[in-house]
Design a binder for this molecule. Structure first.
Ligand code: G1P
Length: 294
């Protein structure tokens, strides 16, 4: 019998972090609402999930994150005002946000780590493979990164972790893969082992995990058994390492460019690049930048 091809319908967005790297901006505002030009980080991620075929979005929130729900909800006042003023294009922008997908929220009441945050989605995900998108990682690409991964998943039918090669000591900021390229598809990296935030001299490779995952539902059993790891937190990487004892796991070298928008430097660079490519703002912004004569 041909095995049933499983679809990726659900995408989980951990968004409960305190965003301390962006204080004071994130004291009262979720870091997921920081905007690149005119769109909050989390919306880029949700649009990517929708472009990959996901129809259900699960956002893991925490204290002070209610504005995320407002953002993706219908705003009657705004829509009525824009309609009365015949601002049709803006009305369309406002409406599109609230029609992107079915969005469900669940809370992580204690900041126990990324693994713990994903575990909060267990009931909502159920027994099917699902996507995880970390909204800090913004990936620009012709084919949306998660769509590339969903296509690879159709081939593998097993967990896939977005991956890229990082320079030198930077590997200590990431989950790191001990892996070998698949001879049939070199974008797929067969994972042998993995370690969260290794010391550079102990890293098995320069292959970092980025904030894009497709996981099989067995990950929830693993998340329930792991103990605190790097930084004293329940790490998703440790649960995936445990999953390796039962199933194959692949890294995936995606095509595209990632911005670490969770870091001030990365956020600024992403802002400039997105502004330069913006259809209406881009040309004048480019001219202004040139005039700075740095
Ligand atoms: C998390 C993961 C790490 C991954 C990274 C990608 O770390 O724990 O494995 O490499 O996201 O952005 P964080 O950036 O939350 O410390």
């Amino acid at each position: 019998m041909t095995p049933r091809i499983q679809k990726i319908r659900k995408a989980v967005f951990p968004a409960a972090g305190m965003g301390t790297r962006f204080l004071p901006a994130t004291k009262a505002m979720p870091k997921e609402m920081l905007t690149l030009v005119d769109k909050p980080l989390i919306q880029y991620g949700v649009e990517e999930a929708v472009a990959a075929g996901c129809t259900e979005i699960i956002i893991i929130t925490g204290r002070g994150k209610a504005v995320l729900e407002d953002h993706f909800d219908k705003s009657y006042e705004l829509e009525a005002t824009l309609a009365a003023r015949h601002k049709d294009a803006l009305l369309e922008v406002a409406r599109t946000v609230s029609h992107l997908a079915k969005i469900t929220y669940t809370r992580q009441s204690e900041p126990l780590g990324l693994g713990h945050a994903v575990l909060m989605a267990k009931e909502l995900v159920g027994n099917e493979p699902f996507a995880v998108i970390l909204p800090d990682d913004i990936v620009e690409s012709d084919v949306p990164c998660m769509k590339q991964m969903v296509e690879a998943f159709h081939e593998t039918q097993t967990s896939i972790l977005g991956s890229e090669v990082v320079e030198g000591a930077a590997i200590q900021n990431y989950g790191c893969l001990d892996c070998t390229p698949d001879p049939k598809n070199p974008r797929l990296l067969a994972v042998k082992d993995m370690v969260e935030k290794p010391k550079p001299e102990e890293a098995p490779s320069q292959n970092a995990i980025i904030g894009r995952y497709i996981l099989t539902p067995r990950i929830f059993q693993m998340l329930e058994t792991i103990t605190p790891g790097a930084g004293g937190e329940l790490q998703l990487t440790d649960a995936i390492k445990a999953l390796l004892r039962h199933e194959k796991v692949y890294g995936f070298s995606y095509e595209g460019k990632r911005h670490d928008a969770g870091d001030k430097q990365g956020f600024l660079r992403a802002t400039v690049e997105f502004a330069l490519r913006h259809p209406t703002l881009g040309p004048s912004f480019r001219g202004w930048l040139k005039d700075l004569q740095l």
